[in-house]
Ligand binder design. Structure first.
Ligand code: NAX
Length: 326
């Protein structure tokens, strides 16, 4: 029926999805009253594995889950979808340069964009999780010209949540006491976790932690957290990535007054970031729309330097896939 929301997840047989699908189906995304149909996509050789995921989803007997389809056919997977979690992509293999990854995964997002343009709801809200997420998002949106660009976003919420957690741990505060966190730029080690505006239980964060810790420990720990997880777990972060994807999409769909970091298409305003780049900004959300937090002073040398590094990287990634953006 029409009050069932269709949710598409790509890369459905992968490790992030093994956490994400079950959280979506349990109601963590759209709440305890919203019925859901899951449309799960993965490549042809993963269909057996997807069948197992479907069996487990059935076995949870989730009250909100109307139907689960799994497929390798994008016209089925994206049919009339309301929300798309684009997780599927090729992991970076040994000896692979970032450029190779950009090229290989860029091609995936050409096809995904086309399939979404032909099949998805015109109001479909999309998060790109698969790396390099920001530039994949740019490509996907380019190939879905009939869907508003503002509906295509990429995930920097995991970086945002990591930054919240580091400040909470350092100041012995609850994570909910930490507010006005920002991650600017690209989901990559050039991202800029910015605590200039951050408060902890109402107090200015920079009065509680010193600048040396901020610059030499906090920022690099957040920037390199993905690598630290791989080192410890021998697998990349999965449950935390799924949780952040839910946070991003839930807040976008249902609204929040908290500042959250979302990678969205820049319009050039209000911070002068080049138009069109998929760039992480501080946002608030209401009525299914996000809005950039305005009026922040980022004119100091430290902010400018850090924002420039991550902007330059996004420009160079875009230049690398220019042939796909014609
Ligand atoms: P896995 O390798 O476990 O799963 C990826 C799945 O995608 C596989 O089942 C694969 O068959 C499928 N796939 C590949 N190409 C596809 C296509 N064209 N259509 C549909 N499915 C396709 O990776 P996992 O650990 O789940 O990570 C998925 C992606 O998230 C990776 O690109 C990873 O780098 C990225 N991440 C992004 C994060 C972010 O903050 N934006 C953080 C976590 C994660 O590292």
């Amino acid at each position: 029926s029409s009050d069932v929301k269709k949710v598409t997840v790509t890369g459905g047989a992968g490790q992030i999805s093994y956490s994400l699908l079950f959280r979506i189906a349990s109601g963590a995304f759209l709440g305890p009253d919203q019925r859901i149909k899951l449309q799960i996509l993965d490549l042809p050789f993963m269909q057996d594995s997807l069948k197992g995921v479907q069996m487990e989803l059935h076995d949870c007997a989730f009250p909100l889950l109307d139907e689960v389809v799994y497929t390798d056919d994008m016209s089925v997977g994206f049919k009339d979808t309301d929300y798309a979690f684009l997780v599927g992509s090729k992991p970076r293999g040994p000896g692979m340069e970032r450029g190779d990854l950009l090229k290989d995964n860029g091609k995936i997002f050409v096809g995904v964009g086309q399939a979404m343009n032909d099949n998805a709801s015109r109001d479909c809200k999309t998060i790109v999780v698969g790396n390099p997420a920001n530039t994949n998002c740019l490509i996907c949106s380019h190939y879905a010209p009939d869907i508003d660009k503002k509906n295509f976003t990429a995930m920097t919420r995991l970086d945002h949540n990591r930054a919240l957690a580091q400040i909470a741990l350092k100041t012995s505060a609850k994570v909910t006491d930490v507010q006005k966190m920002i991650v600017w730029g690209n989901h990559s080690p050039t991202m800029f976790p910015d605590i200039k505006s951050t408060t902890v239980d109402g107090k200015v964060a920079r009065d509680l932690v010193d600048r040396k810790w901020e610059e030499d420990t906090f920022i690099p720990v957040v920037q390199k957290r993905g690598a630290a997880i791989i080192e410890a777990r021998k697998l990349s972060s999965a449950a935390s990535a799924a949780s952040a994807a839910i946070d991003h999409m839930r807040d976008w769909a249902k609204g929040t007054d908290e500042w959250v970091s979302m990678s969205i298409p820049s319009t050039g305003n209000p911070y002068g970031i080049e138009e069109g780049l998929i760039f992480s900004f501080p946002c608030t959300t209401s009525n299914g729309e996000y809005k950039i937090v305005e009026g922040l002073d980022i004119s100091d040398e430290f902010s400018q330097k850090n924002i420039k590094v991550t902007t330059d990287e996004l420009v160079s990634e875009r230049n690398f896939v220019e042939h796909l953006l014609k």
